[in-house]
Design a protein around this ligand. Structure first.
Ligand SMILES: [Zn+2]
Length: 143
């Protein structure tokens, strides 16, 4: 009788251990699937179509929407210099904050320097307050 009780207890312990292993495995799989889904979602929202990028550059007249440097400005200084300006399409509302590159209204033309400063968390105004290069000169040129 005692042996039967001991066997039942051992069986129960083994069963509980087995169930907990299975549950843990399923939770890990779910986490892996969820992380993969998040990674794909971020990659999908970060993507900007070439045609949209060109549309944004045209709309913003190849001008950085933060510091105001433009191809025209550089070409006026020296013809052909504008080609050296590295412009990028920036997600106004960053991908990390739920923004998407599919929405042209969420994209803006930024120069490389301003885009690096903006990162994923700052607004245009915050970057503009940080900038100490050429901003007065560029703004003065527009007047
Ligand atoms: Zn800029």
């Amino acid at each position: 009788m005692l042996i039967v009780i001991a066997l039942v207890i051992i069986l129960a312990v083994v069963l509980i251990a087995l169930i907990s292993v299975v549950i843990r495995y399923q939770m890990q799989q779910r986490d892996i699937m969820r992380n993969e889904w998040i990674r794909r979602d971020v990659a999908r929202r970060r993507r900007i179509r070439i045609s949209d990028k060109n549309e944004v550059f045209e709309r913003d007249n190849y001008t950085c929407q933060i510091c105001g440097i433009s191809r025209d400005f550089l070409d006026d200084l020296c013809p052909g210099l504008g080609d050296y300006l590295l412009l990028e399409a920036d997600h106004i509302r960053s991908v990390s904050q739920g923004g998407t590159g599919r929405d042209v209204d969420n994209l803006q033309c930024l120069c490389w320097r301003c885009n690096r400063k903006k990162g994923g968390t700052r607004t245009n105004e915050e970057v503009r307050d940080m900038i100490d290069y050429g901003i007065d000169y560029l703004q003065g040129d527009e007047e």
